[in-house]
Design a protein around this ligand. Structure first.
Ligand SMILES: *[C@@H]1O[C@H](CO)[C@@H](O)[C@H](O)[C@H]1NC(C)=O
Ligand SMILES: *[C@@H]1O[C@H](CO)[C@@H](O)[C@H](O)[C@H]1NC(C)=O
Ligand SMILES: *[C@@H]1O[C@H](CO)[C@@H](O)[C@H](O)[C@H]1NC(C)=O
Ligand SMILES: *[C@@H]1O[C@H](CO)[C@@H](O)[C@H](O)[C@H]1NC(C)=O
Ligand SMILES: *[C@@H]1O[C@H](CO)[C@@H](O)[C@H](O)[C@H]1NC(C)=O
Ligand SMILES: *[C@@H]1O[C@H](CO)[C@@H](O)[C@H](O)[C@H]1NC(C)=O
Ligand SMILES: *[C@@H]1O[C@H](CO)[C@@H](O)[C@H](O)[C@H]1NC(C)=O
Ligand SMILES: *[C@@H]1O[C@H](CO)[C@@H](O)[C@H](O)[C@H]1NC(C)=O
Length: 912
């Protein structure tokens, strides 16, 4: 119950409502990305494959020459891929992985272009759009600077360029002037993409919102202003109306955006990783190295705690953008009206819930009491004196018990319609399915109190509701009284497993009003790092134009050093200590200050690595590009140190909010004392770090903070740093207690008892529905407490005298028939890996019928893959496999059911 109210507070203040779940990329069976060593063309390559593989996508680009291919026989794919990898003309082979559509929370959508009150931005009026006030973007707009001439490539769900505020056309001379649809509406990540030249988004919305954050024009009724209205946009559509996208398509989209001459590329897409070696991240890194800044949203998995960086944001040189909560919580409310004692029509706003059949509903209000501070209003059954409520809308204050309980109490007296009024700022969308109830909705606390006041005075209040789908909506801005300007609780935390600093800096992403496809409401309020990233892209455009440089490093260094770090906020309270660098990076970007800075640092952050690889001294330089000498004073400001692992000795990272301490590193600078740098010169500064002492190193404390650089010209820069006061190599990566044998039909990953027999489809028929429908495969469940760069699995024959045992070899001391298909797995995020097994081995052969167990080895972070001692090892119970025959197919042998034991998992599971 308390939980509900906490949620209410969070919602009203603009927090993301639901926990955002992690979505680990899945491997596409039989599909691989190959990169050629030289100028090989795909036709020649495919010819050499003698018809064994078909083309998924040619990836012939300036920075990447290769293709993604599909092996015709998925059964033999791993074997074939291994052969391809050995070909001298091949540089790299990676499995194709699918990434889910960008995660974000939709808080409010409009209803067509109908706005009850117009709040158009007039020419010459100052920019008061709060995400701009927070980032100094308003100063550019007020100075008439709009990023003219800069081309921003957006990789997303496409753009509704027919939207009036997004130019209304596509192509040369239009706001959205280039791009392509790489997939088509029906694409879901698993079927065949149907590319065409038109990147229109009329069914998803995410990309249209992103485009509006960058460049929405002022001809809209809600006063939305794009941060860089003068840019041209390129729209690369990589998602269909729903579903996933393969990294081969993402790689193609990035290269297309790069070759089309984008000055900046932005993507609000990602999946948990923590490894810069991920192929998609590598491709993005190459584009940055070639001079095009790439910003990628940091991810919405803040709830997972430290070390949960997302790809491609975690790529080296890729700029990962965290999210900060807006100072305002905009709401698009449906316009209803009411009369008091038959007087004049007055307007009010509400948010329809589920169910929401509010069209043509005009009824008097009734309430159980007139106490507007009744915390548990309507939690108890209504009194006997209650009239038949079928002719009323029942007005109920939110709080204490569930919405459903309150609705049930009203329904018990015949009510069909319930209007809640809030007990915190704003409104929320109520889900309250109770049989017989047709409509639920919520209005604001102030409005509810006004209604109650009239009812208490004995007046009759008749409320005219409206169809939320078609009625005009009006914009109501609530002050975010809770988390204004703090890092959003959902923003994903770094660093990477190799201690690269992530994220780089942040922009407003929580509760952002922007454009939406006309078909889905035309305008919407969304939350996510997806909304922060495009604002950062727009800021790059503004600063690029102002400083006349496109160099990614220069721009990243400027934005990081001029950003404002903020203190930590746990979703309820703010703390008197700076939020860790792995959460907020350099802090909230300040576009105008970055554009005008005359003091430039040579780096955007410093990593002192972990204790095993501790780099006690890191250097950076300060350049004074002003026309006079400047004296700089260097100092150190510590940020909260965060424990990765919980206090109870668990090997799994703690969830948000992590335990934080105010133990800081000590920094010293050389040269010491104030430093005077003549105009046009630079000086190298050495920063010596001593990690905080007295901490429990086993819990992997991540310390961080800022080098403050204050110039005699009034400049105030800060350079973020971080380090790990423990050994990542010492961290357990494999949770052996949760690495178990389960069955493919058990979504909850319960354990199977030892000696269970599995009847598998005949070799090569696991795709054959005649067999596979009824088959229950053994499923290996691997729980990674921390990321592992290499997970190998051995199929261990149990009996020494079995046929299989004769062919077994010994690897790292384990007798093995080899690895199952799909293993080893490289660069794994932490979390659950699930691998159902149909008996197929990595070489394409099938393990003979017999008794086996799986032995799992997960390489420790920074471990040497050639040494057995560098792996955490675990084993499953033994199990038997047999293969069905044609006879058994007709007369299936039903294996003896084995009770599913083991604990239920509440974490999201990932398939492979
Ligand atoms: C097996 O099934 C997968 C996934 O459904 C499909 O992509 C693949 O083409 C199938 N392979 C064969 C050989 O039928
Ligand atoms: C709401 O609807 C009423 C009646 O249609 C109208 O008079 C009023 O201007 C609308 N807008 C607002 C913000 O109330
Ligand atoms: C919202 O905040 C602004 C600026 O702090 C203040 O002027 C205004 O009165 C506040 N509005 C409400 C309704 O509290
Ligand atoms: C930390 O040290 C390891 C081992 O030398 C290295 O691979 C890694 O890149 C280092 N991390 C950083 C951020 O320098
Ligand atoms: C360094 O500079 C600051 C202000 O620029 C000044 O307050 C301080 O006294 C200086 N310190 C030394 C040691 O000169
Ligand atoms: C599984 O079978 C083996 C050999 O038959 C036996 O030694 C072992 O005790 C069995 N395990 C269980 C849990 O029944
Ligand atoms: C297996 O499932 C497929 C698709 O649902 C169906 O077409 C097929 O008839 C099923 N086969 C059997 C043997 O049940
Ligand atoms: C042993 O390996 C050989 C060669 O790979 C293969 O032909 C044979 O079928 C295997 N025997 C068993 C029992 O798996």
């Amino acid at each position: 119950m308390v939980r509900l109210d906490l949620l209410a507070t969070l919602l009203a203040a603009g927090r993301v409502a639901q926990a955002v779940t992690a979505n680990t990329p899945q491997i596409v069976p039989g599909a691989y990305i190959v990169e050629y060593e030289n100028n090989l063309d795909t036709k020649a390559f495919l010819n050499s494959m003698k018809g064994e593989a078909t083309l998924r996508k040619d990836l012939k680009f300036k920075l990447f020459n290769g293709a993604s291919i599909q092996f015709k026989e998925t059964d033999k794919a791993e074997e074939m891929a291994a052969k391809v990898a050995d070909m001298p003309v091949i540089k790299n082979v990676w499995p194709v992985k699918r990434y889910p559509a960008p995660q974000h929370t939709v808080h409010y959508t409009g209803s067509g272009v109908k706005a009850a009150i117009e709040k158009r931005q007039a020419a010459g009026e100052p920019d008061m759009f709060t995400p701009h006030l927070m980032t100094e973007v308003n100063k550019f707009r007020d100075a008439g600077e709009t990023g003219k001439g800069i081309r921003i490539g957006i990789i997303d769900t496409g753009t509704d360029y027919l939207h009036p505020a997004l130019g209304g056309c596509f192509g040369e001379g239009c706001l959205v002037s280039y791009g392509a649809d790489l997939v088509g509406d029906a694409f879901n990540g698993k079927n065949t993409p149907r590319p065409d030249s038109d990147p229109l988004d009329n069914c998803n919305g995410h990309g249209t919102h992103v485009a509006g954050i960058i460049a929405a024009q002022s001809n809209n009724p809600y006063g939305i202003i794009g941060a860089a209205q003068g840019v041209t946009l390129g729209s690369y559509r990589v998602f269909g109306c729903s579903g996933d996208v393969g990294n081969d398509i993402l790689i193609a989209a990035y290269n297309m955006a790069y070759e089309a001459g984008s000055d900046i590329i932005t993507a609000s897409i990602g999946g948990p990783s923590g490894w810069a070696e991920d192929p998609w991240a590598e491709v993005v890194s190459r584009i940055v190295e070639d001079g095009v800044p790439c910003v990628v949203s940091a991810g919405n998995d803040g709830s997972e705690g430290l070390f949960y960086a997302s790809t491609a944001a975690n790529g080296r040189k890729v700029t990962a953008i965290a999210s900060t909560d807006n100072t305002l919580s905009p709401a698009l409310l449906t316009n209803g009206t009411y009369t008091v004692d038959g007087g004049g029509l007055q307007a009010f706003g509400f948010t329809a819930g589920e169910p929401g059949a509010w069209a043509n509903v005009s009824l008097p209000l009734w309430t159980v009491n007139f106490n507007t501070s009744d915390a548990a209003n309507s939690c108890d059954p209504f009194p006997d004196s209650t009239p038949d409520l079928s002719g009323y809308i029942v007005l109920i204050r939110r709080g204490t018990c569930t919405f459903v309980q309150k609705i049930q109490n009203a329904r018990a007296k015949g009510a069909k319609y319930v209007l809640f009024y809030n007990n915190v700022v704003g409104t929320a969308s109520v889900s309250g399915a109770v049989a017989g109830v047709l409509g639920v909705a919520m209005t604001t606390a102030e409005q509810g109190e006004a209604f109650i006041k009239a009812l208490a005075a004995g007046s009759k209040v008749v409320v005219n509701m409206a169809d939320p789908e078609t009625a005009p909506k009006f914009l109501m801005n609530f002050n975010n009284t809770l988390s204004s300007g703090f890092a959003s609780t959902y923003t994903s935390w770094g660093p990477t497993f190799e201690v690269d600093v992530k994220p780089q800096f942040s922009a407003p992403g929580g509760m952002i009003l922007a454009t939406y496809p006309r078909a889905l409401g035309t305008y919407a309020v969304l939350s996510g790092t997806s909304m922060a990233c495009p604002l950062a892209a727009a800021v790059y455009a503004l600063v690029m134009n102002y400083r006349k440089t496109k160099d990614p490093k220069t721009l990243e260094n400027l934005l990081s050093s001029t950003a404002h770090p903020n203190s930590f906020h746990d979703g309820r309270n703010a703390y008197d200590i700076l939020a860790p660098v792995p959460q907020q990076g350099g802090g909230l970007i300040q576009a105008w200050t970055a554009a005008h800075a005359t003091t430039l640092l040579s780096v955007s952050s410093l990593s002192f690595n972990d204790t095993d690889h501790f780099v006690p001294v890191r250097n950076f330089s300060i350049s004074n590009t002003a026309s006079t000498a400047i004296t700089y004073q260097l100092s150190h400001i510590g940020a909260a140190t965060g424990y990765t692992l919980p206090e109870d000795g668990s090997i799994k990272p703690d969830t948000f909010p992590n335990e934080l301490t105010d133990d800081f590193a000590t920094l010293s600078f050389s040269p010491a004392g104030n430093i005077t740098i003549p105009p046009g010169q630079r000086k190298i500064i050495s920063v010596r770090a001593s990690p905080p002492t007295g901490l429990n190193a086993k819990r992997l404390p991540v310390y961080s903070g800022y080098v403050a650089i204050n110039g005699s010209d009034g400049s105030a820069l800060s350079l973020p740093y971080l380090g790990v006061a423990g050994s990542l190599h010492g961290a357990t990566v494999l949770d052996t207690s949760a690495t178990v044998l389960s069955r493919s039909k058990d979504a909850k990953n319960g354990r199977v008892a030892a000696n269970t027999t599995f009847l598998l489809p005949p070799p090569g028929h696991s795709n054959d529905t005649a067999f596979s429908n009824s088959t229950d495969l053994p499923k290996l469940v691997i729980e990674l407490a921390m990321g592992s760069a290499l997970v190998r699995v051995d199929v261990v024959p149990v009996s020494n005298c079995s046929a299989a045992a004769k062919n077994a070899t010994t690897v790292f001391g384990t007798k093995t028939l080899g690895q199952p298909a799909d293993f080893p797995l490289l660069y794994n995020p932490r979390g659950t890996l699930e691998a159902p097994w149909d008996g197929k081995m990595v070489d394409g052969s099938y393990a003979p019928a017999g008794t086996y167990k799986f032995a799992v080895k997960a390489l420790r972070i920074f471990g040497d893959p050639s040494l057995a001692t560098e792996y955490d090892a675990g084993e499953t119970v033994q199990f038997r496999i047999r293969y069905q025959t044609a006879f058994e197919k007709r007369n299936p042998v039903v294996p003896v059911p084995v009770p599913v034991t083991g604990r239920q998992r509440t974490r999201t599971t990932r398939n492979l």
